[in-house]
Design a binder for this molecule. Structure first.
Ligand code: GTP
Ligand code: MG
Length: 223
């Protein structure tokens, strides 16, 4: 089974459409939402057919994503942002690569060319950090921060990630690589977001650097 896992904080402008699109694309999937909203996001998500787990007050991106990944019931967990930026048509093809055993992780690469929806500074910073990680990990990586990935559920249980702080997707990509797991990359489109971003560039950049160095030093697996 596929679980589509999302985390939400005040996404009432997008959540209804995103979940409807997901259910049309993968009717057989579990849709799981870890929600930390003050607005009507959780009610809308539940009415649209999602399983909603409340995490309130908000504990940040990492702790919400960690809870979502661990609570998924599927054999493969596909993550995406609940802001209408990611292509739901890619959920099934990415999940199938994991379900067939071909890959442990499929990474949706948004930066195969500069997306119009990504500011130049973010794009340049993303490419720079990815180049640094590529050198340190001795494997070419392009999109450390993609929110759209397919993870084998058992891979999540094997990894030791620090859920505190931003930029958790960096570790969720680099740890499996460091553990020698099969990681595939597919190009994906990335659209303009519905609603306001909560991403804070400076803390995110600092944590990105910390996470890259940590994985380089400690490797990927637990213990
Ligand atoms: N449950 C929960 N969700 C959160 C939290 N912080 C952010 N989110 C959600 O996580 C998703 C990604 O958030 P951000 O990393 O802030 O990024 P963004 O605002 O979508 O901007 P981009 O990085 O361009 O995608 C959004 O859909 C947010 O609603 C939190 O503390 N708790
Ligand atoms: Mg987003």
């Amino acid at each position: 089974m596929i679980t589509v896992a999302m985390i939400t904080m005040n996404e009432e402008g997008a959540v209804g459409k995103v979940i409807a699109d997901i259910r049309a694309a993968v009717p057989d999937a579990e849709v799981l939402v870890v929600d930390s909203s003050k607005d009507r996001t959780p009610e809308i998500a539940e009415a649209a057919g999602a399983r909603v787990i409340r995490q309130f007050p908000p504990q940040g991106y990492g702790r919400a994503m960690d809870l979502a990944l661990r609570s998924a019931k599927g054999d493969v967990v596909v993550t995406l942002d609940c802001d209408d930026t990611y292509p739901v048509s890619m959920i099934r093809p990415m999940a199938e690569r994991v379900l067939s055993g071909a890959a442990a992780l499929v990474d949706g690469n948004r930066v195969h060319r500069k997306p119009e929806a990504m500011p130049w500074l973010n794009y340049a910073a993303n490419r720079g950090f990815a180049a640094l990680a590529s050198v340190l990990m001795m494997r070419w990586v392009e999109d450390l921060h993609s929110g759209m990935r397919a993870y084998r559920k058992s891979l999540i249980d094997e990894m030791a990630c620090d859920p505190s702080g931003p930029a958790l997707p960096v570790e969720l990509l680099l740890r499996p690589i460091s553990m020698g797991r099969r990681v595939e990359v597919v190009p994906i489109d990335y659209r303009e977001r519905v609603g306001a971003s909560t991403m804070q560039p400076l803390p995110s950049a600092w944590w990105t650097l910390k996470r890259i160095v940590r994985v380089r030093i400690h490797g990927g697996a637990k213990g």
